[in-house]
Design a binder for this molecule. Structure first.
Ligand SMILES: Cc1ncc(COP(=O)(O)O)c(C=O)c1O
Length: 371
């Protein structure tokens, strides 16, 4: 028996009729651009995120790029972020005209370290981009005041954390609720995945929401009149229909991921070599990834490959060490916790449809390597 890292076909089989019917409605209407499903998705996701506005766009990358563009960055302006993330987090800072300033992460959660953010703030700092990595929130109660105290916009890259929440002073706060903006990706492999590219921005700020809506439509609030130069980053109506049909299942899927995570952690806990992911006690984790730290990671990868067990390394080369950012002057040793993480992490199958039998295969395969 082989076990894939993710089985989208299993999910497709369970929701096929609903999603195809939702798509058929759009197709019958032949209304593919900015149909009513887009506005409905924006409302639903804003509600889930406890925010006033949702602005759908073409991808999770654009969901970062548009608010970064709205900062009107000038050469030399710095944006503090983590290097232990998907490339888009920093690529968009560069493409918006800013300079990414990479800081180290917390060794327990892999999320950006508030102390490291504070130490990196300079007079050139223009914003902070936090990533809620693998599905658990960064400590917003510490990062929020750091940003607010200096008047810095705070962007929450929530591409991996839809529906994740954190208890702050007794109240559950959602991914995207506390930043100036929160961003989401609906890349097909995400906990809520479209059938193509899709993204969304949430915010509490009326003026910013209006500007972001404009930026996603060539910078115009009326057709053929342009207050500024934007781009085409509309979300396809068909993708909105897919996402609306899948949304009612999200909490059940997130719960199944949590259950699978608990089972792995029970099996691996106490093992001398395998360090399961730690959940910050304030967090409700959605386990977009189940990422363990292990010795001899590369050898374990080869072993799992041979056994037919899906796995992946997120991320094998942190962003401060990428060739395209060499000019920024970072090297090995610049971010020790990030580098130790990239050398030791491996993510295992955690998708909701994973069966017990499949999970037992994964557990056996990992444990047998260290015997
Ligand atoms: C942390 C993070 N940020 C941004 C993105 C970009 O999203 P997309 O692939 O939808 O452009 C992703 C996912 O791919 C991601 O994981």
């Amino acid at each position: 028996m082989t076990v894939p890292l993710l089985d989208l076909v299993a999910q497709y089989r369970s929701i096929k009729d609903d999603v195809l019917a939702a798509m058929a409605t759009v197709i019958e209407r032949q209304g593919f651009i900015m149909g009513p499903e887009v506005a409905r998705l924006e409302t639903e996701i804003a509600r889930l995120s406890h925010t006033k506005h949702g602005i759908a766009c073409a991808s999770g990358t654009d969901a970062l790029l548009l608010p970064l563009k709205a900062l009107d960055l000038r050469p030399g302006d710095e944006v503090i972020t983590t290097a232990f993330t998907f490339f888009a987090t920093a690529g968009t800072i560069h493409n918006a005209g800013g300079t990414p300033v990479f800081v180290d992460i917390d060794p327990v959660t892999f999320n950006i370290s508030p102390e490291a953010i504070e130490a990196a703030i300079t007079p050139r700092t223009r914003a902070i981009v936090v990533v809620h990595l693998f599905g658990q929130l960064a400590p917003m109660e510490r990062i929020g005041p750091l940003a607010a105290g200096r008047g810095l916009p705070l962007i929450e890259d929530g591409a991996q954390s839809i529906g994740a929440r954190r208890k702050i002073e007794g109240t559950w706060r959602m991914s995207g609720e506390l930043g100036t903006v929160g961003t989401l990706s609906f890349f097909p492999t995400k906990n809520l995945g479209a059938w193509g590219d899709a993204g969304l921005i949430v915010t509490q700020d009326d003026g910013l929401a209006e500007r972001l809506r404009r930026l996603r439509l060539h910078g115009g609030s009326r057709q053929y009149f342009h207050e500024e130069v934007g781009t085409n980053s509309r979300l396809d109506t068909l993708q909105a229909a897919v996402l609306l049909a899948k949304l009612p299942h999200l909490e059940r899927w997130n719960e199944a991921r949590r259950r699978n995570a608990a089972r792995y952690t029970a099996a691996f806990g106490g093992h001398p070599a395998i360090c399961p992911p730690q959940v910050d006690p304030a967090n409700d984790h959605i386990f977009h990834q189940y990422t363990v730290r292990v010795p001899q990671r590369d050898e374990l990868q080869a072993h799992l490959k041979e056994k037919g067990i899906g796995h992946a390394v997120y991320y094998p080369l942190a962003l401060h060490l990428q060739p395209c950012f060499a000019h920024l002057g970072y090297g090995r040793g610049s971010l020790p916790v990030t580098e130790a993480s990239m050398d030791s992490v491996i993510s295992l199958p955690i998708y909701p449809e994973l069966t017990r039998e499949q999970q037992d295969r994964v557990i056996d395969a990992v444990q047998s390597f260290y015997q």
